[in-house]
Design a protein around this ligand. Sequence first.
Ligand code: NAD
Length: 255
Amino acid sequence: MNKVLSGKVAVVTGGANGIGLACVKGLAESGCQVAIADLDAEAAERMGDEISQQTGNRIVPFAIDVSDSKQCREMIQQVQDQLDGLDILINCAGGSLDKKPILELAESTWHRTLDINLHGTYYCSRAFARAVIEQQGEGAIVNISSIFATRNAPGLAAYCVSKAAVSQLTRAMALEMAQHGIRVNAVGPSHVETGRMTKKIEEGIVDVETVVGHVPMNRMARSEEVADLVLFLCSDRASFITGQTVVIDGGYTIE
Ligand SMILES: NC(=O)c1ccc[n+]([C@@H]2O[C@H](COP(=O)([O-])OP(=O)(O)OC[C@H]3O[C@@H](n4cnc5c(N)ncnc54)[C@H](O)[C@@H]3O)[C@@H](O)[C@H]2O)c1
């Protein structure tokens, strides 16, 4: 992916950990300048410094909460001011907040899940698209959806609804942005090995045997495998692909 992405400027929300961090590493290794926009300011700064030293590319941390529209707008503006343009947005910030049945789930958790996963993706995508159109360039957005955009699991209603909406937002934005030279796609991973996933396994929230039992390839995805797909979709090699949610699940959803 080195040559096709070299020289581009990318923003990765949720880029301080997990899948987002693997995307930041992949982009930097491909010669991109990267903004890490994350709630975890300390990790964003630490990982930014580390990857910058390893790759020689500029990695700039931004402390933001993507559920705040103003913060998303200001972050995109600052990226444009501080880096050399704006080409790629990867909306990765998010996750599931509490595993509880609908009858017991706090309303605040329902709202917060949608505020981060869906509204954060909308705020950042809209700010990014406006900026790209203004600079008269082309752009690519990749949203991190999930296999749970089309499936359900007990206790994960808010998460599943938010990811279904992210996939629909992906199609809606792709439709309206095509005329502006901005492609919008999503990836839909099954369970991915991340620090957060390890914690959930340790806490008994996720049972590895059950999860892996659904996967013909008999394992979870690695963050780097998801990042490889994300990098392909935001590169010119995917120049005629837009509005898609590409599933990466070792066969989970075949059955
Ligand atoms: N890990 C999985 O199994 C899996 C599977 C499918 C989809 N996903 C999706 O991939 C994305 C990343 O998941 P992960 O497992 O790498 O999670 P993670 O917890 O390892 O990383 C998420 C990052 O997002 C940041 N973040 C959280 N809320 C934020 C907010 N309001 N504003 C800005 N940053 C915020 C966190 O600080 C963290 O750095 C999520 O959207 C998740 O739903 C994960």
